[in-house]
Design a protein around this ligand. Sequence first.
Ligand code: URA
Length: 209
Amino acid sequence: MQNIKLISHPLIEHKLAILRDINTDPFQFRMLVDEITYLMLFEASRDFGLKDVEVQTPVATTKAKKMATKVMICPILRAALGMLDSVFKLLPDASVGFLGFQRNEQTLEAEFYYAKLPKDHKERLAIIIDPMFATGGTAIDAVKFLKSKGVEKIKFISILAAPEGLNRFSEIYPDVEVYTAAIDKGLNEKGYIIPGLGDAGDRVFNTIN
Ligand code: URA
């Protein structure tokens, strides 16, 4: 699966170990999601296009480069909201296209309920963010939706992934790169990633009851 980009870095490995830990509290969990996303985006943006610009420094005029790639970040509600701030730190000019999917606990599949894209979405590189790439159902539906709206360039960033979801997704969308920091063992009968980290949304928003 050439579209799957496993990002391996000691800092990410270290932070992932703490992120997975059941004893990590929501405050620290949010910080780690933010930091890991930041490091992953650094890698996922490696092929972004640049344009030549001229800059006046206090001393002289010089040629320099600025980003030419226009980005639309697509957080999948709700867990991906925990990743959004770090994206803005690196890409302050990015637009946001929200995608709302809810897991049907019976079928374990994603059900689409909301989308809000910027008007110029067709001209932008879409980067879908979702901390967990589990069955692949949400990812497939999200990409299908964006393609139906005319978005041509799409990438995906997920902190943890399951092989089942990556395989299913890559058969349908071998052209869409998925960046992940870990490919775990698999899924349990409830569609949770093993060993994973539990429910990412609950841990970000402190809604574990
Ligand atoms: N969503 C989560 O939050 N966790 C999983 O393990 C799978 C899907």
